[in-house]
Design a binder for this molecule. Sequence first.
Ligand SMILES: [Zn+2]
Length: 445
Amino acid sequence: MLTSASGYPVVVRVFALLICCLPVFSSSVTIRNVNVVDVETGDVRKGVNVVIDRGYITSVGVAPKPKSSIDGKGRYLIPGLWDMHVHLWPQKALLGSYVASGVLGVRDMGSNFARTKEWRESVEAARKIGPRIYTSGTPVDGPGLEVATMEVVRAGSPDAARRAVDAIDRQGVDFVNILSALSRDSYYALAQRARVIRAVFAGHVPDAVTVSQALDARQKSMEHLLGIAFACSSEEAELREARLLAIDAKDEAALSQIRLRSYNTFSEAKATDLFKRMARFDVWQTPTLTVRKQAEAEYEFNQRVVKLMQSYGVGLLAGTDSGEPHVAPGSSLHKELEAFVKAGLTPAQALRTATINPARYFGSEVRAGSIAPGKRADLVLLDANPLDDIRNTRRIASVIVRGRLLDGKELKRVSKETEATWRGDTPFTEVLPKPPRQRRKPRKR
Ligand SMILES: [Zn+2]
């Protein structure tokens, strides 16, 4: 008999391989007597049966006696979580770590597109267990130094910016991502071209552009609260001017003084006007509170504006910048949810930033974002109620990804595979409270 290197007969290996590669959404399963968390209303529907068939939820309520079922008694079912700011740039896919943490969707803000596309296709075809991937591929930036981890397109003129949008969009990305060094002229050229070809553009508010200008240009989402402190300052014009001078002079001390000044000249009236417009124009914010926690004054300021944004109906998205050193794929999302609650959001509001809000952002709320018939079966079964304490999102009993159930043992296996890779790649200990400053890219100020 033919035997492979592992000692198993080839027939057995081929059969095992076939089973592994079968579409994972073919089974039907019921979660019996479970508490369903309604992220939209912030209520819990107690003791219902959730029926899943071929990757979709087919009923939520009293189902006929199920054939194949899991006992959900005392447990809480939430929609799969989204991390809306990641970088899939490590050499190997760390997709299992996301899934094991209940993160069943990611928005990739910059990576090697060819490789990410391959991963995206493998996940879509159920050849690989991983989160759904929305990707920008290569981001567009202005002139500057090379970044070791991420390839960028350097657009040094309006013409180059227009060409970049066309080229990136043609590759089949989900949106065009922009970074901080883009000049104002190039930014407007890019925004205009994106509108003509109906490409979504999102990302950093570039240093040369105000938040108000980016709002008027209908940038779909803004990251890291960039530009917000200036936009809410009663001395915005002066501070922006001083900052440009300080950047030219590479004067770090002056820059931090200017930053502090912007926090101290916060105008509630300006903020109110700005956030109302953000809500009206449907422009979203991904604050990435946790990763930017290094300076206390900045963190406190960020918490304050996030709370205010929530109260004016600005769409908030949970994102972690996972892929950066010290930001663990998957588990860091739970820290971000906790940071939202510490900033003053309710647990339900925090949960929305990683469930129904991402679905609305993508325009896919008919199929995703909450637990209802017709929606995708991307679900997380928890041992405790996350509405009582947001930290309970970490208490994962099992995950249902595209209708396929992964219990605790399987989750350990999928996360272990990737953890080993990640550890070898860059050492990490989740999100450290104070990452060393020299590790941060200077453009992300
Ligand atoms: Zn990023």
